[in-house]
Structures are given as structure tokens and as C-alpha cells.
Design a protein around this ligand. Sequence first.
Ligand SMILES: Cc1ncc(C[n+]2csc(CCOP(=O)(O)OP(=O)(O)O)c2C)c(N)n1
Ligand SMILES: [Mg+2]
Length: 660
Amino acid sequence: MTVPHTAMANAVRALAMDAVQKANSGHPGLPLGAADIATALFTQVLKYDAADPAWPDRDRFVLSAGHGSMLLYALLHLTGEKSMTLEQLKNFRQFGSLTPGHPEVGHTPGVETTTGPLGQGIATAVGMALAERMLNAEFGDIVDHRTYVLASDGDLMEGISQEAIAIAGHLKLNRMIVLFDDNGISIDGPLSIADSVDQFKRFEACGWSAERVDGHDANAILAAVERAKKSDRPSLIACKTVIGFGAPTRAGTAKSHGEPLGADEIAGTRKALGWSHEPFVIPADIAAAWKAAGARGAAQRAAWQQKLAALDPAKHAELQRRLSGKLPDGFAAAVSAFKKQLAEKPAEVATRKASEAVIAALAPHVPELVTGSADLTGSNNTKVAATPAISPGNYAGRFIHWGIREHGMAAALNGMALHGGYIPSGATFLVFTDYCRPSLRLAALMGVRHIEVMTHDSIGLGEDGPTHQPVEHLAALRAIPNLLTFRPCDQIETLECWQLALEAQGSPSVLALTRQNLPPLRTGASAENLCATGAYELLPAEGGAAQVSIFASGSEVSIAADARKLLAEKGVRARVVSVPCMDLFLQCDEAARAKVIGDAPVKIGVEAAIRQGWDAIIGHDGIFIGMNGFGASAPYKKLYDYFGITPQKIAEAALARHNR
Ligand SMILES: Cc1ncc(C[n+]2csc(CCOP(=O)(O)OP(=O)(O)O)c2C)c(N)n1
Ligand SMILES: [Mg+2]
């Protein structure tokens, strides 16, 4: 390079501080402090081509510390990513710009994952690094890249980072390299006021290589990266940096973290850095050197395209399909064949068992489906013959033992989905969706297809008691926009819900499944997926217009069906509407919803959970039979009796309202 590293890094610093200043909002400290690390990476290490920042075999760069977004935007601009114009930098944090406050994947080309909630980026990157190895095991060296992460103190203080580094260390994901912006400062001040962890030792204890370098010495960083590349373990490079590097009064202090430096401090920083150019002005030689750095990967990309074209045509087509996210051609046929089979042999099974059968039937046809469990494999029923487990160093498999790390699992599943090539699914008890929630929320925000098989979905789990009995979780999951919460009532609905989850390319899904057996309710193999509208009439009123409509989900649908019988004996006509996915139902237009809701004068909702959300179907004056508080430890039939979620109680409530 004819332009020295320092000048290259200072270009990043200048753009970042000027953009934050212009926006009068943002975080200059990280870009100023980590510019040397990022510059070393982007000019000499990363397999990256600004002409196509999404080419499949690129190295991934995850800015886990999303508050440092201007660092990434400056890099994308300088390397020549075409949408990241100077105008975009000048519109940092403004509505509709490609430069939102924190990086958002799908919104800004070159952003690999949405970050901002600290710890998520590094944990998501674990999934990317894992997907890379798994896809390599399947397709060979056509998949051959690394995952780099820039993580801050906050990323490493968050609990999720422990789960993430433990998973990566255990699985020996040696293509994952974390550069730690070790500046010893967070918002409240020096880290020492709240933290005394030796990160070096922590990572080593988790099976990582670790070393410390001067984060302002590009050569030292590059040498460490070279060593990391040769390691048989994932690597931590703790880069000692000064936050707000160059700022005369704020460098090394929390004051540089999250507010514009102000005109005087910026002038002083320019002086200290030896950067005399006007705001947003990059001298031609430096700009050209950056453009050249951004094009370094062009040859690698071209070579990769050639290698791809030379692949066996069937393998080539399959890899393309997998990366596109399109389901295989035989998918619909596999679903209908299995539906037929289920319709021919109705059985009383728990929906978790039904789900296992669905996975067993579909997994051979959907090679991108990966299953797993957070140490509840035998309870979640997610492991089938077609999904052998991977193990450290052996990535040819389709099942992941995540250990008791629900949050790390959920974030890694996001990373696998973002990487491409997989439809990742995980599993635990529904009550522990709380432990996954921050990553599920991000999955929904990012629009990634990530499926969670959440079993033991109510008081129906029985003896484990209220700590394990979800009560508010369905409502809480339904509250997350773009997350689909499914609660099927029998085998056929379980198949239909799985089908919808697999087809939902832009949404994550949770399948809430029972521990206890449920009778078959759906008869016949309808060509149509009746769950697709979220709710549908399962059992009509007989002998005239319905006087009562009972709406229920999952395990309570059969209870509603029994209540309908009791009401019939009393001469009251009731219909039962199954509600396997309230989210999809509420997306239907008003006329479609009105049709399903119907005009029976008595409306009853039944779900072994809290009422919240159900008023959208039953109205604020509807009757709700469910839970008002926490459950209890007892055999489940006793609990249904005790909490009054029974056909008798439903019928009584309906009659009381009917006769009013
Ligand atoms: C989960 C989460 N909690 C809190 C925050 C708010 N926050 C943003 S940055 C930050 C800490 C800053 O320290 P560090 O991570 O070391 O970044 P630096 O100041 O060194 O850039 C906090 C608490 C957040 N983004 N995510
Ligand atoms: Mg810090």
C-alpha cells in the first residue's frame, strides 16, 4: 500500500465523527478506537468484494457492538459498496437512510446481522461459523470462509456471550475469530467499577485460543489474525484500544462513547490525528486506496464463481437452491403424502410426538432442515433418523446438542439462517422461550426463518409444577411482531403448522406442543392447509344457526369439542373454531375474520393460558376459560379440573350466558 495504514484508519475516524456530529446523535468512541482493527481487517484480511457484499463465500464480518454502526457504514462507503454513498453517511440516523442508528440486516447491503442488543452479534456469529462448517461438510470446499466479530466490553459482559463462546469452543469452530475492542470503558465509566473478569482466561477456559495485542498496531493485529487462522480452536484477539482515540479531552473516557464530540473536540481530534480535511472530504489518494481494498476480493469471487460453475450440475443446482431459501420441489408432495397417512391412521398422541413424526417424514425431503435441542432431546422429540448429531470437528450431521443454553441456541439459529443454506430449528420447554426471547425478537425483526419446537406448553405438563408451566408465554410470543406462534390440536394440525413454519421464509416460528396425549380431531386429508388462515371452523353447529361459538387452541380444542357435545345434549347448538395460529388469523382481512368468528350470541375462548389477546376474537364481553395465575404441581387431569378448564365448565358458562 502506498497510503499508510494510519491515513486509511483516520479516514474511517473522520467520517464517523463527522457523521455523528452532523446527526447530532450517535457513538463516536468505538469507531475512533476500533478504526485500526477494522482497517487492518478490511484492507488485508477479509474475503470481501464491495461490488457484491452478499456473495455466498465471503467472509462474514459481524459488528457485535452495533452502537459503533458508523464504523461499519464508513467502511462500506470507503470500500465502494455502491449504495453506501456519502449522502447516506450525511443522513446517518435519519428516517429512510441506509444508515440507521444500529446496523440492520436486509436494510443495508453489507450488514450481516442486526446488532445493538449487546451480546447478540457474537452469539449470532457462532451460528454463521457453524453453518459454514456444516455446509462445507455437505458441499465440500466450495464453502470455505471465516467469520470475524468485533465485540466490545458490553458484548462480553452479557450472559449470552458465555453460552456463545462455550458452544463455539466445544464445537471447535476454528474459523471464528473475535476481535475484542478491549478499551476498558463502558457507559458508566471505567469497566473496573462493575467488572473484573479476565476475558483472556475466560475464553481459554472455554476452549478458545486467546491472545492480547495492541489494538492500534496494525501489524500486531494482522500477525495475531494469521496465528488465529491456523488455530484448531476459535480465537479471541483482545485488542487493547483507547476509546475515542485522538479526541483531546475525551479519549479514554466514557464521555466519548455515545454523544457527538462537538465542534471544538472534533477540531482537536483532527489536529491530533493530523487530518486537516473538511468534514466528509477524503483525499483522492486515500479514497483510491480504500476502493482498491474494497475490490481485493473481486478475484476471489470470480474464482469462486468458476469453481461453482465447474461443480457437478446437480450439486450446483442444489447448493443454489439451498442458498436461495426455496424449499425443494418434492416438499408439497411429501406433506400431502404424510397427511394422507395420518388421516388413514388417526391416533391419540401428544403433539410433541406428532411433531417428531412430522420431522421424521419431512426431514428426508428437506435436507436444509436442522434440528436440535437445549438438552431436552428426549422430551422435545426433535431427533430422528435423518438428523444425526454433529460433534466437535465433525459437522456432517443435522442435529445439534446445544447444551443447556437456550439463549445461545436461539441466537446461533439466527446466525445459521442468516448464513444461508439451512432452516435451523431448536427446542426446549415453552416456558423457557423467555430465555430465548431477545434472540427471537431479533429473528422477527430481521425476518429470518428460525423454528423453535417448544414442548410442555401448559399446565398439561403436570407434575413439574408452576415453574415449568407456561401461562403468559403464548400471549408474550404473540406480542412479538412477525413471529408466528403455532399451537396445533392434533397430528394433522401439527403437520400443517410445521408446513407453514417451513414455508414462512420471512418469519420465525414457535411451535407450542403438548406433553400430554390429544385425541385426533381432524378427519380426512384436506388438500388445503386449514391452519393457513390461523383459525377455522373445525366442528359446525348442528341443526341450525350456532348459538354458541367456542374458540380454542392446541390441547383445549378437544375439550371444546366435548363441551359442544354437552351443549347439544341440552339443546344448545355450538360450533368449535380451532385457532392454531392467532397471529395468522389477525393478519386476515376483516371480512375473512368476521366469517370465522361468526355471529353466535355467545362467544367463548378456551386456552390453558392467560386471556390477553383473546379479546380480538371473542370480544371484551366474551367468556374466557383459561388461567388467571400460575399453575401447580399435580397430575395434569387434576390441574385441568382444579383450574376449571373442562367441558363441563365451558358448557356451564355457555348455558349461563345463553339463558341470560
Ligand atoms: C443488551 C443491551 N444492554 C444495554 C445496552 C445499552 N448500551 C449500549 S452500548 C453500552 C455499553 C458500552 O460499553 P462497551 O460495550 O464497552 O462499548 P464502548 O463504550 O467501549 O464502545 C450499553 C450499556 C445495549 N445496547 N444492549
Ligand atoms: Mg468498552
